[in-house]
Every structure is written in C-alpha cells, then in structure tokens.
Design a protein around this ligand. Sequence first.
Ligand SMILES: Nc1ncnc2c1ncn2[C@@H]1O[C@H](COP(=O)(O)OP(=O)(O)OP(=O)(O)O)[C@@H](O)[C@H]1O
Ligand SMILES: [Mg+2]
Length: 293
Amino acid sequence: MVTDTSNGDGKTGKTRGYGHGEVDTIMSVDDVARQAEAMAEGAPDHAALHALVDGVPEVAIDGLRAGYGKMEILHNLTLAVGKQQSLCLIGPNGAGKSTVLHSIFGFTNIFAGSITVGGTDVTRLSPNEKLKAAGVAYILQDNSVFPDMTVEENLWMGGFLRNRPAEAREAAERVFAKYSRLRERRSQRAGTLSGGERRLLEISRALIMEPAVLLVDEPSIGLEPRFIDMVFEILEDLQKSEGKTIIMVEQNAKKGLEFADIGYVLVSGQVAMAGPGAELLEDPQVGRLFLGG
Ligand SMILES: Nc1ncnc2c1ncn2[C@@H]1O[C@H](COP(=O)(O)OP(=O)(O)OP(=O)(O)O)[C@@H](O)[C@H]1O
Ligand SMILES: [Mg+2]
C-alpha cells in the first residue's frame, strides 16, 4: 500500500494501492469467520437435510464425530445425498470440508456416528475396501497422476484398481473419443502435461473407475476458465449420463452451487446452512460471505 501525501493538487493523505477506494467494502477473514459462526445458530436439522434428498440417500452420514489423531474436527455432522444427485460443500478455510470427504473415504479417525453408501454401513472400511465394496472414488485436492506413465496408462490404472483391465481399455477409448485434449496426448508422459490437462486426466480417470460415488476436492483449483468449464462438463457427464452421485468441495462457490443439486455451508465442523444449490446461490448472506457480492 502506498500513501501519497503529495499528489499535485494540494490535497494530502490519499491512500493508494490495495486500499484504494474499497477499504470500507472489504471484509476481513475474521469478519467472515464470525458472521459464518452466527449463521450456524439457525442450523438445519436432520429432517431438513434429508428433505433435500431425491429418493433414498445414496450416501448418508449420521451424527458423525471425526478428526485426526485425538482432535475432533467434525461435530455431530449429518449429510445426505441421493443417487445421481450432486452435493457441494462450501465454507471458510479450515471449516472441515476436506475432512468430510476424508471421512467418507476412510482417511480420518471416527469417534462416533455412521456413514452408509448405497445402504451399506462403510464407517469402518479402509479406503481400498470402500472402492471395491461400495464403489467410492476420491479425487484429491492435489496432484495424483503417475508422472512417468503415459496419459493412456494413467487412465488404465483406474481400471486396474478394479481388476478389469479389458473394460478399462474400452472406457479409456470412450474418454479419448470425447476429450481431444487428452487424445492428442495419449502417448505423452503425464508428468509433462500442464496443470489443467493433469486435472482433466485425474477427473476423467474417475470415468474409468466407474465408482457409484465420486468425492471431488476443489475441482477448479488453479485452473483457467476454459479448463474449469471442461472439468464441470466432465462432472456433469458423470452425474447425468453415468448416474454417479457426486460430493464435492469447491472454493469457487458460484461454480459449485450452480452445478450442485444440494449446497451445504460448513462452519466449524457443522452444517450451518443447506438448501438447493440454486437457492443458496441467491441467498444474500451466502452471497456476502462466499460469493464476494
Ligand atoms: N491430516 C491432518 N492432521 C491434523 N489436522 C488436520 C489434518 N488435516 C486437516 N486438519 C485440520 O482440520 C481442520 C479442518 O481442515 P480441512 O482441511 O477439513 O478444512 P477445509 O474446510 O477443507 O479448508 P480449506 O478450504 O482450507 O481447504 C483444520 O483445522 C486443519 O488444520
Ligand atoms: Mg480443503
């Protein structure tokens, strides 16, 4: 920030730089956190969350207390999403959004509560068991391609996890038929792809794994608009054409809520607000806190 005391017209004390013009309208990180806490007072209950589900819940979390080591991050959390529905979690940094996905996939310590997928209790299953038994796949917040393998081999890996290499190859061809970006690079080492191309590869690998439930952490992070659109296109394809259930965390709250059937605002390890994605998008409080409006 630059303070200009000699701006030529005889006036002094003008502030330039980051502070210029908008000082009053910028909310601090602490303000967002405090106001988000206040939102949690009217938190939706179990029945309200289940009312957002279309049909029978494909994934249901009930009374979950979970965290890392002995530290509890999620406090009595409820979540429910139907088959072929998508749910997007938004909320401040550190609210526990990734921890919800980690818990479903089996990366956290679970102190109480239950998680069911397709009616099966998976609370105590390992990640590997979940992928096989319940068909849950997880796309990590950070890079998870195998850099020394080609694009094509990376896609096949999605199938090897399920012990069906032949079907994986067929599914890979379907991905290449749809996405020329990847087709043109099928024999290229994945390590040489751009960040956006790598993201496409990670997400399209989910098409090969054929999970019933897909957990996606921050699909649009670090991507330019063109790639963001492509990533959401693949996710839409997964949900609408392939019938997958999608639970995602998205820092780009506008994109996430536009996409998702159901939106949750997570604050301090609890669901503070929930509604159809399109409704949350219109909510003035959500707009002010998370959409920069
Ligand atoms: N592996 C871990 N071990 C210990 N604590 C962790 C671990 N991962 C996350 N935490 C803590 O759990 C809390 C919730 O983290 P989480 O990553 O779920 O937040 P988030 O809502 O995804 O935030 P962001 O928007 O920054 O990604 C944070 O206080 C974080 O420090
Ligand atoms: Mg996170």
